[in-house]
Ligand binder design. Structure first.
Ligand SMILES: Nc1ncnc2c1ncn2[C@@H]1O[C@H](COP(=O)(O)OP(=O)(O)OP(=O)(O)O)[C@@H](O)[C@H]1O
Ligand SMILES: [Mg+2]
Length: 294
């Protein structure tokens, strides 16, 4: 594969529409394979199918241990499934070389984690420029681009501060600036507000909202139903399976995306919740409005 573009436009020949940004087909992930003791094996994902289109803002929710981070690691090409197919922008991830995958992780995807993962010895703009140096951007351009990213998250005045000299909310904004510096089309955030107070959480959600309006695809993992309510779509994971997939409509009403088989489905939007499609989900779970359980 040639250079990875941050805004790829792979078109399936049949439809003429852009391929989904993320398409998981019956993904299984089993940890502990190859160990003699069967009891250490964990089926973290059990046949997950999920399609996310360009510009969608999706929250993934579910109890601790349900497989959310495992799912994100696969979507972010940080880990590989045990079985099933993962298409990223229409390309089968299993066909890509390690170098291609590293380039996708650095250029096409921006990662944000609960723990910020900033280098304590570097100030804010030095932290933000790191992905640019991995991408081979010349030093002369790196500072300008890092400062632009810091401006976007409202932190120009903290550019020379080290992480230890900033609040949790500011550190997370530095982490978001670092995730944005290569202008990725897909943002993956695993509990980005997990260590933030309510004011910083609101700031962070406003930031994700504006990134979404720019047309970036956002997949955000959260335990917090208020955080999930700000996304366009809420996918619930339980015991390694998707148990519901709900659209949040902008007028505050809700509708469902109900799986047709295992967890693949089509969204049907309804302004008044009347046009619901088969409200019983696989495993006998019954969908219940915009309910989000964590
Ligand atoms: N490297 C690993 N080796 C073995 N088991 C693992 C590994 N990583 C995760 N697991 C197991 O896989 C399951 C799913 O873990 P995962 O981290 O995806 O859950 P999660 O939904 O992100 O949980 P949390 O909300 O607590 O972060 C859990 O049972 C966990 O113990
Ligand atoms: Mg997790």
């Amino acid at each position: 594969m040639a250079r990875v573009d941050s805004t790829p436009t792979v078109m399936p020949a049949s439809s003429g529409k852009p391929a989904p940004v993320v398409e998981l087909q019956t993904i299984w992930k089993t940890y502990g394979l190859g160990r003699k003791n069967d009891s250490v094996r964990v089926d973290a994902l059990r046949g997950v199918s999920l399609s996310v289109g360009q510009g969608e803002y999706t929250a993934i929710v579910g109890p601790s241990g349900s497989g959310k981070s495992t799912l994100m690691h696969i979507i972010g090409c940080l880990d590989t499934p045990t079985s099933g197919t993962y298409l990223i922008n229409g390309e089968d991830a299993s066909d890509l070389s390690e170098q291609d995958l590293a380039e996708i992780r650095n250029i096409r995807i921006g990662f944000v984690f609960q723990q910020f993962n900033l280098l304590a010895s570097l100030n804010a703009w030095r932290n933000v420029e790191l992905p640019l140096s991995y991408a081979g951007v010349p030093a002369s351009k790196r500072r300008t681009r890092a400062m632009e990213a810091l401006e976007k998250v409202g932190l120009t005045n903290r550019a020379s501060h080290k992480p230890g000299e900033m609040s949790g909310g500011q550190q997370q904004r530095v982490a978001v600036a670092r995730a944005l510096v290569n202008n990725p089309s897909l943002i993956l955030a695993d509990e980005p507000t997990g260590n933030l107070d309510s004011v910083s959480t609101t700031d962070m959600l406003n930031l994700f909202g504006s990134l979404s309006k720019e047309g970036r695809t956002i997949i955000l993992i959260t335990h917090d139903s208020d955080v999930a309510a700000t996304a366009h779509r809420v996918v619930q994971v339980r015991d390694g399976m998707i148990t519901s997939d709900t659209m949040n409509l902008t007028d505050g009403s809700t509708s469902f995306e109900v799986p047709l088989s295992s967890s693949v489905g089509r969204a049907r939007r309804s302004a008044n919740n009347q046009d619901l499609v088969g409200d019983t989900l696989p495993g006998g779970v019954r969908s219940a409005g915009a309910e989000v359980q964590s």
